[in-house]
Design a protein around this ligand. Structure first.
Ligand code: BLA
Length: 509
């Protein structure tokens, strides 16, 4: 029943993309039972091996292949460790004197799925290729250069026209954060897209099966026969390497003017952090062996990324503690600094990026940079007084805290408030501009050729417009790490404020 739902733009997160019952005409597929009887076969097998597909069903696989090949295949299957393993065999001879094939083997329910595509003589030294690539990655000092190097190397390995590093944010929307492409095709760097461009079930699938290929958006998928088994079930192609992809996504690529694509998951701490997304403007399919090398590279890239991110966070928090000490020292020798929002702003925004700072002390308001008008600030303070006392508070949508005047809407969209006294409630507030004001709009990267049946929504420009709508009135969110820093700064500022109050009291006596 699942596989028969009508899919359109409104429900595509329900499209069962693993049950579409077809592969791409890049190779062929055979599914056998655990006792090696042929259960299913792709209808194009005749082209590769001359067998009549329908007549194979129910026969032993060994009726079709030499004993040596069957023996090797059994060994490979025995080696499959976990249910999500895809066993690989490069440059295999399926028949005496035949051409070499690259073969992928995995379990799908009770069946063994064998996929084969033309490969070449296996030369066996993938490890040295990957080792060299990793060494170059490690030589990149900062994260931006690391991402760029990753994109460059995937492009060197697979030779697509464009290779992007696409990173997801907490809501599943994404940004092209690095790119390597051939000259003259424009740039997607810095562009954002809504979460719906890569629906939920696709993200889940991409955590299990790390690489996907679309050789040619214009090719006709090859059906797998029979489409339903005796229990009426289609073959689960989650781990297939030749799976034919969602027609909605194919339309997206066509509208983009892209003819071939490939993407590789980047997993960090078990979550889909992002992916390498590759485009080509003519049909393209690197061999399975090449793709596997690149997948291995992406896995190494992900591990390096994980440790770099962790290190960057530790380093950031250490620097923030330094700044907090610096703040304490400076105010101790010149207490008027605390009423100087420019000075405070400089110090605070060097650790927590923001576009403006407002200071509210004893009912007086001082500000620097992008801040709301006094009336709005007053209402913000009143709203803040209603939140948990003595705690840092942040929102990426001030509109959810107070009703904003129109003027304010253009001023700041997010805030982080640091309470610096208990009563009366005093605050230092960092403001962030609306995200749509701060992104770079790179224009229409490629003029759409013509729209498919689902219209212009499936184009990069419409996607970008959709994303803009989603982030209307919102700033770049404050991260967990930034909130922790703010908490450190709060403790420091409170200490300073209390000491100044004590001193003032002592002087009065
Ligand atoms: C899949 N969408 C994808 C994939 C990417 C994107 C990379 C993985 C498949 C691949 O490797 O090509 C999205 N590609 C992008 C983005 C950029 C890019 C954002 O290059 C930016 C530069 N897509 C839509 C809408 C729907 C949709 C509106 O835009 C549904 C309503 C669906 N996208 C969709 C589906 C898949 C997908 C169903 C899964 C394809 C599959 O694996 O079968």
């Amino acid at each position: 029943p699942d596989s028969t739902i009508q899919v359109d733009l409104t429900n595509c997160d329900r499209e069962p993309i693993h049950l579409l019952g077809a592969i791409q005409p890049v190779g062929f597929l055979i599914a056998v039972s655990r006792d090696w009887f042929v259960a299913r076969v792709s209808l194009n097998i005749q082209q590769y091996l001359g067998f009549e597909p329908e007549s194979m069903i129910g026969n032993l696989l060994s009726d079709y292949f030499p004993a040596g090949m069957i023996h090797e295949l059994r060994n490979r299957v025995a080696r499959i460790g976990s249910p999500d393993t895809i066993e690989r065999w490069f440059g295999a001879r399926l028949r005496e004197g035949g051409r070499p094939f690259d073969i992928a083997v995995h379990f799908s329910g009770s069946q063994i799925v064998i996929e084969a595509e033309p490969g070449h003589e296996h030369n066996g030294d993938a490890t040295s290729t990957v080792r060299g690539l990793i060494a170059r990655l490690d030589s990149r000092a900062d994260l931006a250069a690391f991402y760029r190097e990753g994109a460059r190397q995937v492009r060197a390995l697979l030779e697509y026209d464009r290779v992007m590093v696409y990173k997801f944010d907490a809501d599943g929307a994404g940004e092209v954060i690095a790119e390597s492409c051939k000259p003259g095709i424009g740039s997607f760097l810095g562009l954002h897209y809504p979460a719906s461009d890569i629906p939920k079930q696709a993200r889940e699938l991409y955590k299990r099966n790390l690489i996907r290929l679309i050789r040619d958006v214009n090719s006709t998928p090859v059906e797998i026969f029979p489409s339903l088994d005796a229990h009426g079930r289609p073959l689960d192609l989650s781990l297939s390497v030749l799976r034919s992809v969602s027609p909605i996504h194919v339309e997206y690529l066509k509208n983009m003017g892209v003819q071939a694509s490939l993407s590789i998951s980047i997993l960090v701490d078990g979550e889909l952090w992002g992916m390498f997304a590759c485009h080509h403007y003519t049909p393209r399919a690197p061999t399975f062996e090449r793709r596997s090398i690149c997948e291995l590279f992406a896995q190494m890239f992900s591990m390096r990324l994980e440790s770099r991110e962790r290190r960057a966070m530790v380093e950031y928090e250490r620097r923030a503690r330094d700044i907090s000490d610096q703040l304490l020292g400076a105010v101790a020798s010149d207490e008027t600094l605390l009423n100087d929002p420019d000075w405070l702003g400089d110090i605070l925004t060097s650790t927590i990026p923001a576009d403006g700072v407002g200071v509210w002390i004893n009912g007086n308001y001082a500000f620097s940079g992008l801040t709301p008008p006094t009336d709005d600030f007053r209402r913000i303070v009143r709203a803040l007084n209603g939140t948990a006392a003595g705690k840092v508070f942040a929102t990426d949508r001030i509109g959810s805290l107070i009703d904003r005047s129109d003027h304010f809407a253009k001023e700041a969209a997010g805030l982080l408030a640091i309470p610096i006294s208990r009563s009366p409630r005093d605050y230092v507030v960092l403001f962030r501009s609306e995200m749509r004001e701060s992104v770079r709009w790179a224009g229409d990267p490629r003029k759409p050729v013509e729209y498919g049946p689902n219209g212009p929504r499936l184009t990069p420009r419409e996607s970008f417009a959709e994303w803009l709508e989603l982030v209307e009135g919102r700033s770049k969110p404050f991260t967990q790490s930034e909130l922790r820093i703010a908490e450190t700064l709060r403790a420091t500022l409170i200490e300073v404020v209390l000491r100044l109050a004590d001193e003032a009291a002592a002087q009065r006596h």
